[in-house]
Every structure is written in C-alpha cells, then in structure tokens.
Design a protein around this ligand. Sequence first.
Ligand code: PLP
Length: 362
Amino acid sequence: MKGLKRIWNIRSITTDIKSRNVFKPLTITENEPDLEHYANNSIVDYNSIRMASERIKPFIHKTPIFTSQYMNKLTGRNLFFKCENFQKTGSFKFRGATNIILRLKELYKSNEFIAVTVSSGNMGQAVSLAATQQNIKSVIIVHRNCSKVKKEAMKSYGSTIIEYSTNRSDEDAVARPVLKEIGERGVYILCNPFIIEGQGTIGLEMMQQIPYLDAIVVCSGTGAVTSGIAIAAKAINPRIKVYAAEPQSANSIERSLNTGKRYLFEEFPTTIAEGLKTNLRSHSWDVIKDYVDGSITASEEEIKEAMFLIWQRMKIIVEPSGATATAAVLSSKFHQLPKELKNIGVLVSGGNIDLKNFSWKE
Ligand SMILES: Cc1ncc(COP(=O)(O)O)c(C=O)c1O
C-alpha cells in the first residue's frame, strides 16, 4: 500500500516464526467461533463489563482518584480525577487490550494468533504488553510521526512495528495489506465490543470509588472508552451525565451528535492531542448516540493550559490527549452546564509523553 513503510518486513517475521516452529497454522474448524462475527455480535452491557473487570483484575492497576482544591475553585465544582496515566503502559488502553487478548485466547483456545493494531501510540503499547504477557505475538502499525518514546516502548514490550505515512484517516485501509500478508493468524484489534467492555471497567471503578458522581467527562477519540464508561456508569446510576471531551479540530462526536449521523474525517485532524486524531468508530457510535449527553470541545490553547495546570498543580505527568477532559471541564462551555452537576469525574487518560522532544505546538 502506498504510504506504508516497513521498517521490518512482516513476511520475514512470520517466516522466521514458522521456521522456528513457534506458530502452527491456526485452523478455524466448524466448531471454533468466527471471532469477527462473535466480536461484532456480542453485547456490551453492565454484566459483560463486570465480567471484563474480573477478567483483567490480575493484570491491571486499580488507579487512584486525585482531587485538587485549586481546580475545584477554578470550576466551582468538585472534580475527581481518575488517574489512568498511572495505568500499566501509561494509559487506560491497557484495560481494553488485556480484555481482548484474554477473550481471544479463550475463544481460540490458543495463543497462536498474531494481534494486529493501528495506533497513535497508546493502544500499540497496550496491545504489545498485553499480548506479550499472554505469550502472543503482536504487530503494531503506527504513523511515522508517532512519538519516539511510544515506539520504543512498543518495541521493548515485544512488538513488531510497521510505520505508515499516509494522512488519510482510515486505519482499516492501513491495516488491510498487513493483515493480508500475515494471513489467517492475524487478528485485527481496534475498536470493537471487547475493547469497549475493557475500557468500560473504568466507569465501574469510578462509580465504586465515588458513588455520588453527577457527571463524568471522558477524553474521546474512537469513542470506545466513552461508550464503555457510559454503559457502566448509567447502569449504576441512570441519572448520571456522561460527556465526551474532544479537541475542537477533532470533534467527530460533536458533529455526529449534531446531525444524528456518524461523522468521519477524511484526513487526520491537526491537534496536539495525538491520541484523539482519529475517527469515531461505528461500535462506539451505536452506544454514544443513545448514552452520551453531549460533547464538550476544547481549543488547542485550552488543552495546553489544562496539561500545564495538571503538571503544575497536581504534580502528575499527563499527555495532551489525557488532559482533554480537564480542558473541557475548565472551559466556558462546561461552566454553562447546570450547577446541580456538582461532583464531576474527569478522566486523565494517559501520561505518555516524550519529555525530551515534547513541543507545545501541534
Ligand atoms: C491518552 C488517550 N486518551 C484518550 C484516547 C481516546 O480513546 P478512545 O479511542 O477509546 O476514544 C486515546 C486514544 O488513543 C488516548 O491515547
């Protein structure tokens, strides 16, 4: 595919693996489930999220909730920051990745598949570690502009990295030729119900930690974490509000909610929040259109300011994507929401930042 640069030839990897007899060909017999069909047709609900929570518990951190009097004063509300920047691999993505890897292993009754994902960095790191922990190979396809620390981390967790350079916002098109080359052992992992139920475990945990939350604000890209949290939180308290937080330039949820039709960017939008430069996926949209109460967008300046405040005031490292929900809560749009929304859960979704090369420009 044009624009796809291999820094490691995938065929040589699989041949190498075959010659070392690590992988036997994976044959899908009549009795084995068609995974794609299974994933696409499974229902994410409170129960499946609770089961995911039990499934991933031995592998993940239960992350803390931080508060800041300073931030409370700024917003006039009580903010509860769910610090998933402390999650393994530095972002919440490890929850969904662990869940899907365990689910696939369960379904295949084998670890002889190759997990393939397209990632701006955090999902790649998460899939990489989750797969390696289960003795499963993984291939991560990243944009060549992906930050060096994220690429290094993926490699160190054990993945093969493939770089691409197109700016077309179509992850599936980028993944297709790689999957074709890998053959039947390749399993494509992006936003699907197994990921959503894994990310939804954050909602469950937040509601256990702070049962009296009135609203939760979630940094949103593909919408997987937003939809998972919305399902879990609203099952526990149907009156709770759930808002997506998006960069102004990457506001596919806002646009989709305004028109009632999923909006897709043709090119990756420009934003400092690299994890959110993506499109709302259909599985998430199916949930978001019914469960999410709105999208609050933040300008680039607001995202940078929120990131700065989190570093400065709360003494924790957050990346721009991870600061987007905080930026939304600090914005004038959020200020206009009813004052009865007093106790607000704010997702701090990730802290993977290249401290040496970080630039405050998008
Ligand atoms: C730090 C961070 N926050 C939020 C998101 C958005 O998550 P989702 O794609 O589930 O909407 C991402 C996605 O890469 C991310 O890396």
